[in-house]
Design a binder for this molecule. Structure first.
Ligand code: DX5
Ligand code: ZN
Length: 217
């Protein structure tokens, strides 16, 4: 299970996004948090910024859509240059159709679960996905404390992935840091989003390397 570290630009300086993206070259993906002030109580960026970021960095973009109506918007993020697009199942009208559309347009299709959303009802959807995101904070803000109560859900999801023999990445997002990443890795996560733990560090590229070493240990 190859470990991937995805810095979240939510914790970066939004006036210097191109430089902030370059500061973490060596990371696997750049995690881009799109918020619409409806699905979550915060507002960040949209399609034009993703288009510009895609031109500004060689690191592929992992767009996490915390928005209403992802069925309408997600395909536009693929067109904007995202290599992976994550929609929330709580907001999607037709998650299977949407995942198929994202894949057909050439990106990896990913589905996210808020902390209170169980994985079990979605077991049969897993083959339609390239990645599943388990939120380890309530979505909306960077810098929140990791929710340990999500570890059993990570474990159960890894078991379902193994049971079905799927090549599905399992991402965790929220409060992932030097203190919590090993717990997530032990539970079965293999893709780690880190915002404040990377951009709050004096050397973001070194923080990415350190997190990777910890997750692999
Ligand atoms: C939160 C976002 C996260 C956020 C994580 O809703 O989805 O990607 O940037 O930030 P940290 O790593 O600081 O918890
Ligand atoms: Zn995110």
């Amino acid at each position: 299970m190859a470990v991937q570290i995805n810095p979240s630009i939510l914790s970066a300086d939004f006036a210097r996004l191109a430089d902030e993206a370059k500061a973490v070259e060596g990371a696997d993906w750049l995690h881009v948090d799109v918020m619409d002030n409806h699905f979550v109580p915060n507002l960040t960026l949209g399609v034009p910024v993703v288009e510009s970021l895609a031109r500004a960095t060689d690191t592929p973009l992992d767009c996490h859509l915390m928005i209403e109506a992802p069925d309408r918007w997600a395909p536009q993020y693929v067109e904007a240059g995202a290599g992976s697009v994550t929609f929330h199942v709580e907001a999607a009208t037709a998650p299977v159709r949407l995942a198929r559309e994202i894949r057909a347009k050439g990106a990896r299709a990913s589905m996210a679960l808020r902390p209170a959303t169980p994985i079990e009802p979605y077991e049969d959807l897993l083959p339609e996905l390239d990645m599943l995101l388990i939120m380890t904070v309530e979505p909306g803000f960077g810098g929140q404390a990791f929710l340990d109560i999500m570890l059993p859900k990570i474990r159960r999801t890894r078991e379902l992935i193994s049971k079905h023999g799927l090549d599905l990445w399992l991402q965790v997002d929220g409060g992932v840091s030097a203190e919590t990443i090993e717990r997530c890795a032990d539970a079965g996560a293999d893709v780690f989003v880190a915002g404040s733990a990377v951009y709050g560090a004096s050397d973001p590229a070194e923080a990415v390397r350190a997190l990777r070493t910890q997750a692999e240990s």
